[in-house]
Ligand binder design. Structure first.
Ligand SMILES: Nc1ncnc2c1ncn2[C@@H]1O[C@H](COP(=O)(O)OP(=O)(O)OP(=O)(O)O)[C@@H](O)[C@H]1O
Length: 284
């Protein structure tokens, strides 16, 4: 029996739409509602699910009813900027770009189709290709056994491929869980798709940090829980790197930052971080 047949046979309880309307204060679209955006006219078929920041609908473009998509919204909550959808679109764009040089690759990611803003709903939205239910829903909601024969291994391998491909693009997903992996629909049913890039980050931690610092991090990554770190190696490495960068360190106790903190504090407003650092509240 295909997954689609199982889904059709299943009898989910109370619809997510009902739950959502009670749970969230945001406006929920109904079937046949339309969002117009440039050449597209996105018509709602049904609500697929709701997250903490928005909702996902099954939609089609009125010019071609045969093909369905997923439209994901992000509510604009007053002045609060969520940025999750912005990050999601950025990752999708990176995937789109990468597919130009490797059209066969990145099969575990949905396709970006459209993005826009609905004044009426007070939300931003992104439209992407439609996939099936999440692994979590497959198991809990539809009772599909994911532990059968080679199934758990295939799911694990495909999920790992997705993580690998995302990392290769320079992003960390940061929310890996069965609810964020879904099976495909129709011909792509055997493929596992990675969803929800809303809290992805690049290894921003290194922004502005000398490149060679990564060597230390890579070394630390090789250590196991019981390893004794080679501190002399790391410290000598840092001395050497600083010299090679043209800044030989003659005295470790002479901080290159000395004096900068005071300058920042003087030019800052009341309650700046430098006040907190110096433990002073009166500006000295
Ligand atoms: N491209 C898609 N095709 C089909 N269903 C999707 C698609 N993207 C998301 N969904 C489904 O929509 C629902 C809501 O997804 P979404 O990622 O917004 O929220 P969430 O992960 O449940 O919550 P949160 O984002 O707060 O962690 C989920 O059931 C998810 O499987």
């Amino acid at each position: 029996m295909t997954l689609r047949e199982k889904l059709e046979r299943s009898r989910p309880g109370k619809s997510k739409e009902q739950k959502t309307k009670k749970k969230k204060g945001r406006k929920i679209m109904s079937p046949d509602d339309v969002i117009k955006n440039g050449p597209f006219s996105w018509k709602v078929v049904t609500l697929l699910g709701s997250g903490g920041f928005g909702d996902v609908y099954k939609v089609f473009d009125e010019r071609n009813k045969a093909k369905q998509y997923a439209l994901k919204t992000e509510s604009e909550d007053g002045k609060k900027v969520m940025l999750r959808l912005k990050v999601e679109v950025r990752v999708m764009m990176a995937i789109l770009e990468a597919r130009k040089t490797n059209p066969q690759g990145y099969k575990h990611f949905v396709e970006f189709v459209d993005r826009g803003k609905s004044e009426d709903l007070g939300c931003k939205f992104v439209v992407m290709s439609l996939v099936g239910p999440s692994l979590d829903d497959c198991r809990r909601k539809y009772g599909v056994c994911l532990n059968d024969r080679s199934t758990p291994y295939i799911i694990a391998i495909q999920s790992l491929e997705a993580v690998r491909d995302l990392h290769a693009l320079g992003y960390l997903h940061r929310d890996i869980k069965p609810a964020n992996f879904a099976v495909g629909l129709g011909p792509t049913e055997p493929t596992v798709f990675m969803l929800d890039f809303g809290i992805c980050r690049t290894k921003e931690a290194y922004r502005g940090v000398p490149r060679n610092m990564k060597t230390i991090v890579s070394y630390v990554d090789t250590l196991s829980f019981q390893s004794a770190p080679d501190y002399p190696f790391m410290i000598n490495f840092l001395f050497t790197m600083s010299s090679q960068a043209g800044f030989p360190i003659n005295n470790i106790n002479t901080g290159a930052w000395v004096g900068n903190l005071k300058n920042k504090k003087d030019s800052g407003r009341n309650g700046t971080r430098s006040d907190k650092l110096s433990g002073s509240s009166d500006g000295d």
